[in-house]
Design a protein around this ligand. Sequence first.
Ligand SMILES: CC(=O)N[C@H]1[C@@H](OP(=O)(O)OP(=O)(O)OC[C@H]2O[C@@H](n3ccc(=O)[nH]c3=O)[C@H](O)[C@@H]2O)O[C@H](CO)[C@@H](O)[C@@H]1O
Ligand SMILES: C=C(OP(=O)(O)O)C(=O)O
Length: 437
Amino acid sequence: MEIFKIEGGHQLKGSIQPQGAKNEALQILCAVLLTPELVTIHNIPDIVDVNKLISLLKKLGVKIEKQSQGTYTFQADNLNLKYLESPEFKEDGKGLRGSIMIVGPLLARFGKGYIPKPGGDKIGRRRLDTHFEGFIKLGAKFRYSREDHFYGVEADKLKGTYMLLEEASVTGTANIVMAAVLAEGQTTIYNAACEPYLQQLCKMLNRMGAKISGIGSNMLIIDGVNSLEGTEHRMLPDMIEIGSWIGLAAMTKSELTITNVSWDDLGVIPSVFRKLGITVERQGDDIHIPAHTDGYEIQSYIDGSILTISDAPWPGFTPDLLSIILVVATQARGSVLVHQKMFESRLFFVDKLIDMGAKIILCDPHRATVIGHDFKSTLKATTMTSPDIRAGVSLLIAALSAKGTSTIMNIEQIDRGYENIDERLRAIGARIERVKA
Ligand SMILES: CC(=O)N[C@H]1[C@@H](OP(=O)(O)OP(=O)(O)OC[C@H]2O[C@@H](n3ccc(=O)[nH]c3=O)[C@H](O)[C@@H]2O)O[C@H](CO)[C@@H](O)[C@@H]1O
Ligand SMILES: C=C(OP(=O)(O)O)C(=O)O
């Protein structure tokens, strides 16, 4: 087991380049299963979840070659579908949330797709109904074994249809789109998720010969085609990492430049941080955060009432950044209510921040009120365990701002989604060491 030792209380300085997007990579890697031709992908982040999915694809028979850092070629021309029925697959498939998205492409191209209940963060119930209801609508037969939590869909042929999704599920929409591109006739997906990573997936599929319109909206119209070709694709920078670095800069009063952020794909992220009083400057395609020497002040609503920051499906604020908002608010001037609407177990990590001296009231599993210290009192260093990926990074940010040396256990959670985080943070002056426990 590895742990992070962090000596907090030091200002950072410099620039940091965000990695390729984790959640985009998980969709795009599954899409290589849709064609027997060569697919080249650039800017793939070197993180645990992505590497697990690459290893799963390899076992499935995809030929994979690393061309350079972040660039790989994939060719799914001779798959070993027997692997899907092996005990090994039942273990591998559980390892991450993103593995669920192999089901749509496999169903569309080979008439069957299986998956054990996928892993990912333990942040509340994470149902898969939207995925399978979509496949059933396209004509697939569904089976589920309660004993080993194993899902399966099979179909001789998929037929396009109209569907109104019960929820704008991100991985659900990606999965159904990847099935529908090879279905016979037209599929309409209403209440589709439309975040930039889904837009990227749809654009890539169109370059492969798919016919998807409505990209970026919540209604996708897909005219099925018989086969898809190879293509080349480049991943966007990871917007959750970008938000994490904005929070890190403010909380450690550091001047930081986050480079090549693809501003136009950040949606409301910069303005939500601005509501906490953080100066987020646009410099070309970079974000510049000046040192907040005098702290930052949370805005209130026009009528003077206390600000609420909550999540919503895109173009609303992503739930994956609420844990970062929460930790950054602990040192702001003023108060804010953080309302995590999507996930019901994602706020429990506030106990650790309270131990460190933060003023937070957990109102219920979805809502926490934060009363900022305005740096009049710093957080105290402590030993903590990282319960999920974003709470893990929030605790890391807290530790970097705290006085003294903190220890973070269970850092595999952080490595799941942040590439080489200790080395990259050391490069901007952080005192963080990875040590074997
Ligand atoms: C691998 C991957 O891409 N993971 C992301 C993906 O997960 P994932 O695709 O698993 O998340 P979903 O979009 O399916 O749903 C997330 C949760 O929110 C609920 N829900 C969803 C939509 C909605 O309109 N209302 C609602 O309450 C769902 O019931 C579920 O409990 O999207 C989530 C929501 O942005 C992100 O947190 C995850 O990082
Ligand atoms: C919840 C997340 O990831 P996953 O869906 O892979 O668990 C996340 O990236 O914040």
